[in-house]
Write a protein that binds this ligand. Sequence first.
Ligand code: N01
Length: 527
Amino acid sequence: MPDHDALIIGAGFAGLYQLHLLRGRGFDAHVVEAGADVGGTWYWNRYPGARCDIESVEYSYSFDPDLEQEWEWSERYAAQPELHAYARHVADRFDLRKDITFGVRITALDWSEDRREWTVTGDDGSVRTARHVIAATGCLSMPSRPDFPGLAEFAGELHRTSNWPSEDVDLTGKRVAVIGTGSSGLQTITAIAPVVGELTVFQRTPCFAVPAHNGPAQPRLAEARGRYREIRKANRLSPDGFQCHNGQIPLLDTDPAAVHAEFDRRWETGGLCFDRSFPDILTDLTANETAAEYVRSRIRAKVRDPELAEKLSPRTYPIASKRMCVDTGYYEVFNRPNVSLVDLTEQPIRWFTRRGIVAGDTEHDLDVVILATGFDAMTGALDAIDIRSGGRTLREKWARGPRTYLGLMSAGFPNLFLVCGPQSPSVLSNMLTSIEQHVEWIGTALAYLKDHDRTRMEALPENEDNWVTTTNDLANLTLMPRAASWYLGANIPGKERVFMPFVGGVGLYKQVSEGVAAARYHGFDLS
Ligand code: N01
């Protein structure tokens, strides 16, 4: 018999719930985690200003009503220390740590068809066997590593937002550069600007950011506690996995004054629902440009220098085709005398020196460089593991882009489940909603196998092909593939450009995946 019924890779929000759920259903499950503690994303991304961009009352577990009632969120959008404390609390509350091995990174998975088990190897040389492996490895957990010439020569401090030191980093009065203006860069820049001596922001592509209007979690928390079951149910059936009013009337059929009023209303509310004002924002370039121009007008109103405002205004991709950012005073930072912008489209980074960065013809002297350059999204963490089955690796199979059935399994790799894998809604949704739905689907599937005396489950290639085609076709109905985004793998040199998430929404996805389960796992081979 294998060492475990299920081995779970990763002790982030997905791995913790998967462990709790499987244990509760009588499985012997064990988690292996590379970090020294639980929390996943919220363990590694400890950079200044890190916080969630979905309101905490919804970016939270729904599986335990007592937890919902007892955990006190302090802010609308919790910051990293609070999110990490929440993960730690969950691990302790449900006594999860006794089944977690910390500090071991899984390097290889090898499937034995004879024994119907995976051999799981860690970077400490440990070997475990498990009937099933569940990759709760995160969609944004493998940092990208841009190859800047001379980076190793730089004599100052170098930090990455994706693996920020746990000890205090004192930036007071220093000359600091941030490379990257996605969500991580934005949050870092906003948090450190008042502290550092000089801040130089190296921007390759400007982002669209809507205000968070962060503040105390109350009274929203009390209101949510009164009707949590209703909220969670609605989230599971919604497009995005959180409370958002999705406008039904196309922007192009709406009076311009009413369009403006609706944008104003959503801007004042704050958060990611801005792009849900009208259904054609993500399907029609004219509608999209109207929304984009509204945000640019807001940027112009915030940034005093018109030339700088223009540089900060995105013009090369449709709004919301890259993940929008949720900010707390980001644009205003550029009115500070100690903050400057280097537009890399005009002055590309040429190389690093001992003293700093040469961009265009200018050498920028720096004490600290912070890389906020993103992730090898959705496939990076799995590609980093040597996953072998039937003489083939998953890496080889996915060389032309990931292929899964429902984002849950990949044909040829039996008993390997993915939490929020490619071709599932995952990163386009409230991750907590999607994580819980996947964890429960996987738990139910394992229980079904056990109850029916089956030891092997595999996605069938033809169903996988259909699902991949469906997800690609759906994405192509939208403007989303038009941006060179990490959704497409466009940020990683040499990575095949394939739009990876399922754009059909959380509710539709739930209906399909649960319909498949109800039809005795249609499209999977169970033996
Ligand atoms: O990464 P990103 P991120 N030279 O890929 C630039 C989630 N998240 O960590 O756009 C110069 O968005 C790159 O430029 P370009 C959220 O889903 C959420 O910020 O590729 N620049 C871009 O500006 C988010 O979408 C929160 O041209 C280079 C930046 O680096 C996702 O994680 C907080 C470069 C990378 O931005 C990823 O966000 C943080 C190079 N060689 C993250 N390579 C919340 O608020 C890259 N860039 C919950």
